[in-house]
Design a protein around this ligand. Structure first.
Ligand SMILES: Cc1cc2nc3c(=O)[nH]c(=O)nc-3n(C[C@H](O)[C@H](O)[C@H](O)COP(=O)(O)OP(=O)(O)OC[C@H]3O[C@@H](n4cnc5c(N)ncnc54)[C@H](O)[C@@H]3O)c2cc1C
Ligand code: SF4
Length: 333
């Protein structure tokens, strides 16, 4: 049986109290929301904080509203609530789809959007028990000095494995990060860095409080596709989010394609403006975009699934996401 280590559990009733606790115990504290990722990770001794601060009873982190041209989602809202919410389904159908495909139903009932955005990266050599890791030899991300994936270098390439961030990037969303010093707003596109050990710019004393999604313009169509071993529960082996602005006559006005679950941060496919803007949105264009994504994506052996197959699945899923685009109509708040 895997047991938790001893720690002190705090249950603040306000955001102010929560960030004060994170500041007071800086270096030996972690926030917890649904606990669906942090709990197993603590049982595997990947994290052993002396203090754990629960965000579940913080009212400022709850609620979904469309106001001031934005859809604002509290970080402690669960994935089940978000995927079923009528405003999310209407304004951001790709987010409703992605949150509805995370893990399985029980995990979505507990797991939150804040926890999804702050999810630890994953790797075959890392998400294992202490005994397993010790038997092989620890790695760079936790307790060791070598990367078992690259074998060389001092860089961890564990996979960003969350489903909502790629979608939020294509929607131009941002997040509010709150600490005892105040609040800052960071675009989701800038939240992630290429570092498998700690892949966000969020400081340990900051709480991700809200997600802000600009209400889309009339012609925006969005999509999401996910590859995993068992559709009922597994983490992504690959996910693809797309958003295409289409004008009258099916002409492309804007395009954003983000692929994730391959490296340590979601990857925005570049150079699409050049091949897509002003063009008709047809099968030839879809093929050209899929080919471009294939050229730019190079999965690593951080997950126990054939690397070449994962790469070959990139254009397949980009095509599926583009062919399944759903319009997101603007509407009054
Ligand atoms: C079997 C299984 C399958 C899974 N499949 C998927 C999947 O397909 N796709 C996917 O995306 N995820 C998957 N997950 C991971 C997880 O369930 C989800 O990502 C979930 O959204 C995490 O949210 P949580 O509230 O439970 O996070 P927690 O476990 O509570 O926290 C996760 C991390 O985020 C930090 N954190 C949480 N909330 C905040 C906040 N508001 N501010 C700052 N830091 C915060 C915590 O300190 C911790 O480091 C799976 C998990 C399991 C066990
Ligand atoms: S990518 Fe390398 S350093 Fe990172 S978790 Fe995997 S084995 Fe460890």
């Amino acid at each position: 049986m895997l047991r938790l280590h001893e720690f002190r559990f705090h249950r603040p009733g306000s955001l102010e109290e929560a960030v004060a606790l994170l500041r007071e115990h800086d270096g030996d504290v972690m926030p917890i929301a649904g606990g669906t990722d942090l709990m197993p990770n603590m049982k595997h001794r990947l994290f052993t904080p002396g203090h754990v601060v629960s965000l579940r009873h913080v009212p400022e982190l709850r609620g979904i509203e469309s106001t001031g041209g934005e859809l604002v989602i509290g970080a402690a809202e669960t994935l089940s609530v978000i995927s079923a919410d009528v405003r999310v389904r209407r304004h951001a159908p790709s987010l409703a789809k992605a949150t509805g495909l995370v893990a399985g139903p029980q995990l979505r009932n507990m797991g939150t959007i804040g926890g999804n955005l702050c999810l630890d990266t994953r790797c075959t050599y890392y998400n294992q028990t202490w005994f397993w890791r010790q038997a092989l030899g620890f790695c760079l991300k936790k307790d060791g000095h070598v990367c078992h994936v690259t074998k060389v270098g001092r860089k961890c390439v564990a996979a960003h494995s969350a489903d909502s961030p790629p979608v939020l990037i294509t929607l131009g969303a941002s997040v509010d990060l709150v600490s005892a010093d105040g609040r800052r707003n960071v675009a989701v596109e800038d939240l992630f860095i290429t570092d498998g050990i700690h892949n966000t710019v969020r400081r340990p004393d900051e709480v991700l409080a809200r997600v802000r999604i600009p209400l889309p313009g009339g012609g925006l169509r969005t999509g999401f596709e996910k590859l995993r071993q068992r559709n009922a529960i597994d983490f992504p082996l690959l996910n693809v989010a797309v958003a295409v602005g289409v004008a009258e006559g099916d002409t492309v006005e804007s395009i954003s394609v983000v692929v994730s679950a391959l490296g340590s941060r979601p990857r925005m496919i570049t150079g699409l403006d050049r091949i897509a803007i002003g063009q008709r949105f047809d099968d030839d264009l879809v093929d050209a975009i899929a080919e471009r994504a294939h050229q730019q994506c190079h999965p690593l052996a951080n997950i126990t699934v054939d690397v070449e197959w994962r790469r070959a699945m990139v254009p397949v899923h980009v095509r599926r996401a583009l062919r399944g685009l759903v319009p997101a109509p603007p509407l009054a708040n």
